[in-house]
Ligand binder design. Sequence first.
Ligand SMILES: [Zn+2]
Ligand SMILES: [Zn+2]
Length: 749
Amino acid sequence: MLHIHGLVQGIGFRPFIYKIALNSCIKGYVQNLSDCVVIAAQGKDEDISIFIERIRSEAPVLARIEEITVQEVESEELGEFSIRESEDYTESVTDISPDIAVCELCLKDLKEQPHRVDYPFVNCTFCGPRFSIIKGVPYDRPKTTMAPFRMCPKCAEEYADPSDRRFHAQPLACNSCGPSYTLCMMDGKEITGINEILEATAKMLEKGSVVAVKGIGGFHLACNPFMEEPLRKLRSGKRRDGKPFALMFCDLEALKEYAFVDEEEEKLLLSAVSPIVLLKLCRKMLPGVNSGLNTIGAMLPYMPFHYMLFERLDITALVMTSGNISEEPVVISNSEALETFRGIADAVLCYNRDIYNRVDDSVTAVYAGQVVTLRRSRGLVPSPVNLSQDVDGIVAVGAELKNCFAVGKGNKAILSQHIGDLKNAETLSFFEESLERFRSIYRVDPVLFACDKHPDYLSSIFAHKSGLPVTEVQHHHAHIASCLAEHNIDREVIGVSFDGVGLGDDGAVWGGEFLVCDLVQYRRFTHLRYVNLPGGDRASVEPWRMAAAYLYDIAGEVFSREYGQFFKGVDPQMLEAVGFAMKRKIGCLLTSSAGRLFDAVSALAGICSFNSFEAEAAMRLEGYCDEEKRMNPYDWELRESIDIRPAVRKICEDVFSGVPVPEISGRFHSTIIDIIEKTCLEIRRKTGLDSVVLSGGCFQNRFIFRWAKEQLKKAGFTVYTHSLIPCNDGGIALGQLAVAAGRRSRQCV
Ligand SMILES: [Zn+2]
Ligand SMILES: [Zn+2]
């Protein structure tokens, strides 16, 4: 008997085994169990070893074999090799495959295979929807949203034929038996028939309509990115002031007309994940697309329908932004789409197969040759993270923004898809529903919860309400632990945790932290010098407030008179009120946030005083800095904390004397690198530690990511950064899980 563990279901593994068994003269059977694939193999010894060798060397591209265990058992003569029905009995569960972009062979079938010509849901064992349609394991058709569709005789034949590429492809169907699209106009008129739909949709998009298009894991809102009017309409409808829209290009060539694409980025774009990739523009887009930034998020078609639509379109790209309003979860049901998109979209293009698990597009980028994941969702979830720790029964509920949770099964961490900002009720119910589903699909019986230290996060409240033991993990410790877990490291390291905000042990708002930590505890070595955080959360939306806080720190209460010129466009009364609040210490928390320092500098440099989307000020500041070039850093001092007042003073002088913004931005970015490098050297001198972990949202900044890593390596440190797990709050849950497990193993909880 062979037991094979890993990602071995839903990707054509059993047919593959069947084929090689037949031509290796093996008798017996292969069967999916819920935690692995089992093979009974009978034959000559040498045939069996060749068979096992071939399993390893010829496995399908998408398979990931973690372990093959071989066990000899007595058995009667087995018959011709066969594929047995799944049995659903073990306690643990195997990996569920993420959704996979349509493959080349299927695109060919779309043109040539008689019963699948123009069949917009063509798929096979190598491609198609998976996680988004799965309701339970083992992965078989009745446990997917394909269950209501009865296979026609032709499809049934392919499904049962082990030599066919669609053997046991659960979502398989064809023109006569599968799901179909309907184009619903807002006046109630419906268009059916794929060619009529494509014709009408293409015409509408070209002429400037907005169309809601059902995708794999949720709806997109699509429009023509080369026309002002639909962009304006989409922005106001989505209540999304300035946040850049993602684009889908018809192919790589068309994309390269607008953006630089290097080899690594090309690989990502064309991968089976088919994520959004952040790219640098080489040609301007309309400001309505990306608010004048020098980057865009771009992806290539990944559903058969996308390809078919681009064939009819005379434009080479479409805006394909998440189908939601503001920060609500992406719409997945047809009826909700018709309701929600009234007034935004001119038509809703849907199909009659349900999306069970909502998954947004994943967002990735390549920083200095390394793939980084900024939003981990479609195509990546629910691949587990294998740990050396036992995390069984632990549920980590994540942070408040960019929420994602994690459940522990054995030594695997299974991270949820991107959930979103828990502040609104719809997102919170999405969180609760998904957590329930992960618990049931993976059969996790929670015994321990891990949450953020912040008692008001809805995720923390949820954990405390569970009635089970809860361990609280400080936000910045969780960031570093997340990166430790991603690299499977459990030892003491230097942690540089730079991000927006997270509650600290002293009640202040932390975010520019140098920690010495492992997977159980941490010590705060030093941090950016505290300044006021005027207006709390409002400070992250109005960067001028942070400029005020930093100027107050260098000039005291006369700051608004001495530095009045930095507050053009700010209501003088508001400025007065903020000054008064800082002087009297009314409602002003203290903060060491690195993210807020970027905001302050962006406002001081006259780049951005009011954000129209999250992190705008910092992104625009980064946009002015040449990634290739490190510059002379401004002065700062390491005392009991990191004092950057000398830098802030110099920045103000530079602005006064008209130093160009790119130079100010370049020098400021280089100052952050200088701070990271010198402080790590100091920690190494005092502790002897020479491994540094870089985590937190600030490492989404290309310059900071690249140069921090490069400089530290040059100084002889071993440097760990995130790749598959986001460095932003989307990665917090993994860190919480790892710390909870670390504490449990050392009986600290
Ligand atoms: Zn395929
Ligand atoms: Zn069929």
